[in-house]
Structure formats: C-alpha cells, structure tokens
Design a protein. Structure first.
Length: 331
C-alpha cells in the first residue's frame, strides 16, 4: 500500500482515486472537478452559482484571515466578487474560547472588507486534529454567458502574473517561524515578510480581468507559480513558454527561501493570480491593474504544446506540482 505525500494530492492521484470515482453527472453542472479548475459552476437559469472550497492546514497564525481569502480568491478567478462564505472550524482539545473568538474576529473583519457574508458553518473541538483546521466554501453568482473557463485559453494568449511569487508561503513562514528567523534576518525583513499575508486577496484583479475579457484566471496556491502554470496547460490542453527572469520574487521571499533551501517558484502563493488574455487586450489589462495599484507583469505566452521554463537559452520542462515547498519548513 502506497503512502500519500503530505500536501494536496498530485494530478495523477487526483485523476486516479478522486475524479475517476465521481460517477454521477447532472445536467445542471456546467463546470466539474478538473486539474486547473478552481471552481464548480451550476446552472440556475439566467445566472450560474459559482462555488469553491479549500482548507487551511499549513499555518498556525492568521488562519481566520487566510481561510476567507484563499476561498474568495477562487471565486474571483471567474471574474466576479464572492458574496457568501461557509466555515468549518475543527480545533484540538485544549483550544481556548479566546482562540476560537480570535479566528472569528479575523474572518469577520476580512470578509467585511470584501463585502462577503459568513452565512453558515460548523465549529467543533475534536481529538481528530492536533492543530486548528479551517475548511471553508465560498459562493458567488455570475451570468451564465460570462463564465470564465479554462477552455477559453488560446494559442498566443499572454500570461500575466500579479504581485510576487511565494507571497502566502513567505507570510506563513515569517509568522510561524519568527523565532527561527530572528537569529539571521533583520527586523525589517521579518516584518515585511509577515505583512505579505495582508496582500493575499486577488478579488480586485479577478473582477478587473473579468470585465476586460481574460480568457482564463488561476489563483496560485499549493505548488506555487510553476505548479499553477502547469495546471493551466493541463486544463487547456495547450503549452506555454514562461520566462524565469520575468517572474517577480520579492527580496524577503528570495532570502527566506534561500535560508530554508526551498524554491520560491514552488511555494504556495495565494495573492498571486495568473491571467491569460488575448495580446490585443494585454496593454489595457496591465494599465487597468496598475491604475488600481495591483502590480502585474507579462511572464510568458500560451503555445501549442510543451510547458517550458526558459532561462537565457536553457529550456526546462515544467513538472507537475508535488508537495508544496512550505511543508519542507512547516512540519
């Protein structure tokens, strides 16, 4: 019997033991589970219901904030604002009332900033976990005619990334391993890294990209930038050229990743969005994002086949995402 690695299941296992065992398909379901698909979409007449779910398992600090944003981010990949969130909190024995209350204060504050209502959930103390685990489901509503699907990607589309690589992972490491970093890094580096969790929402860029006409969007979570790129190619059945020198990596991320000997391009990065768009709309989108104070850069383009990372004259095949680099650091 094979032991499964820590982290989300890789694409091969997802197909083999998860997707293959989903037998029933209903006519109302417009978008089903698949590699590179962030959301499910269900037909509700003129509108479609958009849903996504994700847990917080790799962090012990700021979990209420993270739970809101990583789920709402997925809704934003359809070019819409999320409207509701359901949260399940599983806490280990010995958890205090104050700890649960702090999670809810964080979640309520962050949801309020996004105009998202927490509409339900479940809270339980259980011996089944040894740290707090939050699983949330976000929902949104979109006109059926405007749903953004990975099938919309075309050869020649430009690939745009927002913000910087390894954003969420850097923030988690700085919060959870601050004592370990203190002996090596300045207060400025550590504090700047901790602040990265304040920039993990991609709702703004998702809505902007949806209005301008992105062909697809993908929130960069476990597996980092390179994992997300591979998933876009897998979902669209196309290839890409990604230019390593164009991928933005913050100084804090680069130094912390070097210290722990991990790859910033394979580090969880909620807050970073990958957007594919027709070249004719590229400048308009970049301009609009920057006007709204969202950093953005073109890092590559969609090709017919081959998922390639290019550095100078060297071309490297991008491998499917495995266990995130974060799990090499956060045990």
């Amino acid at each position: 019997m094979n032991i499964v690695k820590v982290g989300k299941l890789d694409s091969e296992l997802l197909q083999k033991i998860i997707f293959s065992n989903i037998k029933l398909h209903r006519d109302e379901v417009m978008v089903r589970p698949g590699i590179g698909e962030d959301c499910a979409v269900v037909d509700f007449g003129e509108y479609a219901l958009v849903m996504s779910t994700d847990p917080i398992t790799g962090a012990s600090s700021e979990v209420g904030k993270l739970a809101v944003h990583i789920n709402c981010n997925d809704i934003a990949t359809n070019g819409i604002e999320p409207l509701g969130l359901m949260m399940t909190i599983l806490a280990p024995e010995g958890t205090t009332e104050n700890e649960i209350e702090e999670i809810m204060k964080q979640a309520s504050y962050e949801a309020g900033k996004l105009n998202v209502e927490i509409i339900g959930g479940h809270t339980e103390i259980t011996g089944a976990v040894n740290r707090i685990v939050i699983s949330a489901t976000a929902i949104g509503r979109q006109l059926k005619s405007k749903i953004v699907k990975s099938l919309g990607v075309k050869v020649g589309d430009k690939i745009i990334m927002t913000k910087t690589a390894g954003l969420e992972g850097t923030g988690i490491i700085a919060h959870d391993l601050e004592n370990k970093l203190n002996s090596t890094f300045s207060r400025e580096i550590i504090e700047n890294a901790k602040k990265m969790v304040n920039y993990i929402s991609v709702v703004k860029e998702g809505v902007i990209s949806g209005k301008i006409g992105a062909s697809s969007m993908h929130d960069v979570t476990e597996g980092g930038i390179l994992g997300a790129v591979w998933e876009i190619c897998r979902a669209s059945k196309l290839g890409c050229n990604i230019y390593k020198g164009r991928i933005t990596v913050a100084k804090e991320t680069a130094e912390i990743c070097k210290f722990f000997n991990i790859d910033p391009l394979r580090l969880v990065s909620s807050g970073t969005m990958l957007i594919t768009i027709n070249p004719e709309k590229e400048d308009e989108l970049i301009c609009e994002l920057r006007k709204n104070k969202v950093k953005a850069s073109v890092i590559g383009e969609i090709t017919e086949d081959g998922c390639l990372l290019i550095e100078n004259d060297k071309k490297i095949e991008i491998e499917p995402p495995e266990s995130d680099e974060l799990y090499k650091v956060i045990k």
